[in-house]
Design a protein around this ligand. Structure first.
Ligand SMILES: [Mg+2]
Length: 89
């Protein structure tokens, strides 16, 4: 994957990757809204999810895989705490 991410930036540049990520996230948002209203199929959501996932992988590589991993761990820990509170309360 790393080679693909590098090649993508070499071909189109960093700014284009930001724009592409924004566009794919927006398409996923739209697909989910349409799916909720029964206007599109599950497969169409899956396709947009695949696009967004690829772009998130690209961004993750650009911003630093390890730093993102640390941030994810912190957020998962907070989520666990929230779930624990709900179970107790
Ligand atoms: Mg798309």
């Amino acid at each position: 994957m790393e080679k693909i991410y590098q090649a993508t930036i070499a071909r189109w540049g960093i700014d284009a990757q930001y724009d592409q990520a924004i566009e794919e996230c927006a398409e996923l948002i739209t697909a989910l809204k349409h799916f909720k209203r029964g206007k599109i199929s599950q497969q169409e959501v899956i396709d947009e999810l695949a696009d967004a996932t690829l772009m998130l992988g690209q961004l993750r590589w650009m911003f630093g895989h390890d730093q993102v991993e640390v941030a994810i761990s912190k957020k998962l820990e907070k989520l666990r705490e929230l779930l624990d509170q709900d179970e107790k309360g």
